[in-house]
Design a protein. Sequence first.
Length: 284
Amino acid sequence: MGKIAAPPKSEKDRSERWLLTYADLITLLMVFFVVLYSMSAIDVHKFDEMAKAMNIAFTGTGGNSGVLDGGRSIIPGESVEKQRLEMQNTERRVRKVIAKKSLEDKISTQVGERGLIISIKDTVLFLPGQVDLAPAARELITSVAAILAKLPNAIRIEGHTDDEPIHTERFYSNWELSTARATNVVQCFIRDGIAPARLSAAGYGEYRPMVPNTTPRNRALNRRVDIVLVSNEASKYESGGLRPELSKEEMKAESQVDSMALDTAGATGTESGKKSEDEDPDEF
């Protein structure tokens, strides 16, 4: 018997293969527009936090940045850089005053995360164990106050001592001594025209030394008063939220916003309370 011929292979229909490419193209376009939509719907709060974290990571400092906050830069980090330059410019002006009075070996300055720190040895301002400013010290404080008054930042005065105990009729410990010295510098700043709302005083006694209290020289370095021009970022953590005084218009606007927020919260609370009364507790 002869071999049976195999049926001829049917040729595949390739006339609609273009639909595969077309479907892939449509899918890619859909994904593309979904990505564009997701990028346009930015969570401003999360974006702000991310920008702050990146500023800290790349510059070592924090800073405010936002798109919707009035008075702040749209470009993340620009406000931080501007404040840093202001602090450095202020430091240069203070250094000129220090050089003019030949106090380079007794007064140091530093710009850091907290802001501009001016450290003054106690011998420049006070007699041993005393808290009243000497006349020359008042002139120095007045010169520094004239520079700091041009900036809106909060100013923190910090008193420090060494670890040598003190016990007199007026001061029971180094806490009282350091606090009284800081307070007297604050009073001097107020007399020189700086708004009291910008000022705060703190006494740390011997518990925040610059160097270990192991030698007379080190103890002399630790006996100091620090004048801190607080950065905007650090001001958030100041007690009471220190900030420049608001104008009457700004205070009125803030009070209106607070009132609206309270009214909204009250209405929401009333509605949620009514809803909870209507709900069946057994459902939970």
